[in-house]
Design a protein around this ligand. Structure first.
Ligand code: GEK
Length: 247
């Protein structure tokens, strides 16, 4: 169902800003696996973590779900009764394909938690009572001045004992760490078959669209949003995933 990502393989006179359109949706599983170190482990573990924290009669949200990889993992592993997955994305091309992927999963497995997919901007919707919320590499695409308000709404929708799983590319305030992990990330992409041209053009396309923060900024913002303890549970190079606990 997924094609090889060669979107940036030919020279482009002017590299346009990255958008989640039909071209990206078509190659997305290949693109994210070859670009984000640790992505398969993170996705599989999100199901495990969600299963541990999901509570009966609540929702599990997958916000910025793309093609629903995290939702699929959650549906397989969450066993809490009357627990439903709500996957949301603002890109029509992603939502269309996400529905197809989840229907294909329905045809292959029994005993999956039910799932619903919606087209919506996650900075504008009301959230229902939930025990687990997943932002798997989504917050970095939200305009920085809207991030705190989104986290506050998530915090307020979480039931006691609920958690947010937040995965992000990281920046490092220490220049030597930043340079070391950034060059290792490019090495990771080269090892996965991307050329220097593809890496440079993708970087140009994404630099105004995806704005990463440092781990310190994330933790401070999570506390400001009303979360209690927040900690990393995974890091591979400059990509990490955190758990933030609702008090
Ligand atoms: C995964 N979580 O595979 N509202 C809803 N969706 C949004 C918004 C918004 N305001 N802004 C961006 N998105 C996925 C991967 S990709 C990460 C997430 C990446 C969506 C956007 O349309 C895209 O599908 C997703 O956030 C980011 O587990 O491509 O690096």
């Amino acid at each position: 169902m997924s094609d090889i990502d060669n979107l940036f393989a030919t020279p482009q006179p002017q590299v346009a800003d990255f958008v989640f359109d039909h071209h990206v949706a078509r190659v997305f599983p290949d693109m994210i696996k070859r670009s984000v170190p640790g992505y398969p482990t993170i996705v599989e573990s999100i199901g495990l973590i969600a299963a541990h924290y999901a509570q009966a009669d609540t929702l599990v949200y997958d916000l910025g779900c793309s093609l629903g990889a995290a939702s699929q993992s959650i549906r397989r592993q969450v066993k809490a009764s009357n627990c439903k997955v709500h996957a949301i994305d603002s890109a029509e091309a992603m939502v269309e394909r996400c529905r197809e992927y989840l229907q294909a999963q329905d045809a292959m497995f029994q005993e999956l938690a039910p799932a619903e997919v919606s087209l919506a901007d996650i900075t504008e919707i009301d959230l229902a009572p939930c025990s687990v919320v997943v932002l798997n590499f989504t917050l970095q695409f939200i305009t920085p001045d809207r991030r705190l308000a989104l986290l506050q709404r998530i915090r307020n929708a979480l039931v006691p004992g609920g958690i947010l799983i937040l995965s992000e590319k990281l920046l490092f305030s220490d220049a030597a760490t930043q340079s070391s992990l950034e060059s290792l990330h490019y090495a990771f992409k080269r090892a996965n078959g991307y050329s220097d041209l593809e890496i440079a053009q993708k970087r140009a396309a994404i630099e105004n669209v995806m704005l990463p923060d440092t781990l310190e900024t994330h933790i401070e913002r999570l506390h400001a949003a009303g979360f209690g303890h927040a900690h990393t549970w995974f890091q591979c190079l400059n990509f990490c995933s955190m758990i933030a606990h609702a008090r």
